[in-house]
Design a protein around this ligand. Structure first.
Ligand SMILES: Nc1ncnc2c1ncn2[C@@H]1O[C@H](COP(=O)(O)OP(=O)(O)OP(=O)(O)O)[C@@H](O)[C@H]1O
Length: 238
């Protein structure tokens, strides 16, 4: 096992609306090592996106500590936090969040530049595996939802981030495209030793990854039956 990359200790997060308070994350612990892969499942509204937002520091936790590479993220100032996100994180948002005035290629290039990385053979490989080559010079509004989703995935993994946070990255894709995306994420893990934390409602997509956990009542429940990478269906894909 590689070194521990991400550690969450006692993370809690509640949202209040009027008199009602909903405890979405409740004293939650999590440890992710380099190269590890976790599919995060759970009912709609159980807090999966909130957990990704808290890890990426887009939302503050009410309580608890997050360590990245052993360092508390709470110690970072705004500029250091932005630098950490650019270099160490890849994020696939549920709503894609492509930059509207930029073509697909420019969206990918922009993230690469922020991370201080050049366009590489790996990026070409991602574009090929995601069937993006004919789409690279199109603007987001010229792309279908599934095509935008594939650009967003390429953008998130182009710089081979140590940690990928992906919120339903196959939610808008048919089964064949979804399998291709999952195979590519597994490849990312192997090529870059990236850790992957992926929210999904698809058991088929989850089965590509090493481990599954369900978020329920603010806590993670690990599935002991999680498949091992060696048995994952991506191996059957040519
Ligand atoms: N900014 C916010 N303000 C108030 N409530 C919020 C906020 N963000 C999330 N919530 C609430 O927190 C709960 C968890 O939301 P979250 O989006 O994390 O769930 P989820 O598991 O990702 O759901 P889904 O599978 O439907 O995407 C929901 O009840 C939601 O209404």
């Amino acid at each position: 096992m590689g070194r521990e990359l991400l550690r969450l200790i006692g993370i809690s997060k509640a949202f209040s609306q009027g008199q009602l308070t909903s405890q979405v994350l409740d004293n939650l612990d999590l440890s992710l090592h380099e190269g590890s892969q976790l599919a995060l499942m759970g009912a709609s509204g159980s807090g999966k996106s909130t957990l990704l937002n808290v890890i990426a520091q887009f939302e503050p936790a009410d309580q608890g500590q997050i360590l990245f590479d052993g360092q508390p993220l709470a110690n970072l100032g705004q500029a250091e936090l932005a630098q950490w996100r650019r270099r160490s994180l890849g994020v696939v948002f549920q709503q894609y969040n492509l930059l509207a005035p930029l073509t697909a290629r420019q969206n990918i290039e922009f993230c690469l530049q922020l991370a201080g990385k050049p366009w590489s053979d790996w990026v070409d490989h991602c574009c090929q595996r995601l069937s993006l080559e004919p789409l690279l010079d199109k603007l987001p509004y010229q792309l279908s939802g599934g095509q935008q989703q594939r650009v967003a995935i390429a953008r998130a993994i182009a710089h081979q981030p140590p940690l990928l946070l992906a919120d339903e990255p196959t939610g808008n894709l048919d089964q064949e495209a979804s399998d291709q995306v999952m195979a590519l994420l597994v490849e990312l893990g192997k090529a870059s030793n990236s850790a992957i934390l992926m929210v999904t409602h698809s058991r088929r997509a989850a089965d590509f990854l090493q481990q599954r956990a369900e978020l329920h009542q603010g806590q993670l429940h690990f599935d002991e039956q999680s498949p091992q990478t060696e048995q994952a269906p991506w191996r059957a894909i040519p």
